[in-house]
Design a protein around this ligand. Structure first.
Ligand code: HEC
Length: 175
């Protein structure tokens, strides 16, 4: 019996020690605040629109998967908004765009409307673009994100950003 008491006392002492240690010695874990959204969902200014475009371009849009010199799978886009104006004047242009901004929009949502020569899907004789419709499930951009990307492309091309932060009746008609 004496032995039993000893064992019991020892066990209690050990449990007590562990309890003391876990409550008073181990520092409590304070969960970090959730990360702030990097960009505004509904841009209010042209700057915010361009900023959103840049983050979509490099993130969710997966554009840099193909549109880099290293990937070498697609034309570079540093001057895309300037080149857009030239594309629609090319004799081989069969798309529906009548201005640079419209060409960029068309390139994003209907890439096969016009395939840049030499960049078509293999075996398609430049009739089918390897680029997916950015609204489709693999990328899934919404209208605001598409407008933001066009604004971003205009911005890096050094032309005036003509996309308004929120679509107006006038710009809707243009698209
Ligand atoms: C799977 C590879 C791939 C991805 C991902 C991709 N593209 Fe493309 N893109 C291409 C290829 C190839 C072409 C050239 C063929 C054509 O005209 O469609 C092209 C053409 C374009 C053009 C027309 C360029 C020109 O010189 O006329 C624009 C603008 C463009 N892409 C923008 C984008 C943006 C913005 C994204 C991201 C949201 C994107 N692309 C994602 C492969 C891709």
């Amino acid at each position: 019996m004496n032995n039993f008491l000893k064992v019991a006392a020892f066990s209690l002492a050990v449990i007590g020690l562990y309890t003391f240690y876990s409550v008073w010695v181990i520092p409590p874990i304070n969960p970090e605040a959730p990360p702030k959204e990097a960009v505004v969902e509904e841009p209010a200014t042209v700057d915010e629109l361009v900023e959103l475009g840049e983050s979509v371009y490099n993130g969710k849009g997966a554009c840099s998967l193909c549109h880099t010199a290293a990937a070498g799978r697609a034309p570079l886009l540093e001057r895309a908004a300037v080149i857009a104006g030239q594309r629609i004047k090319e004799p081989g242009y069969k798309g529906n765009a009548t201005h640079a901004e419209g060409y960029l929009y068309e390139s994003l949502v209907n890439p096969s409307a016009y395939v840049v020569p030499g960049f078509g899907a293999s075996g398609s004789a430049d009739k089918v673009s390897p680029m997916p419709d950015v609204r489709g499930s693999s990328i899934g951009l919404n209208e605001t994100e598409i407008r933001a990307i066009i604004a971003y492309l205009q911005s890096i091309s050094g032309v005036e950003v003509t996309i308004a932060p929120a679509p107006t009746e006038e710009t809707k008609a243009k698209e």
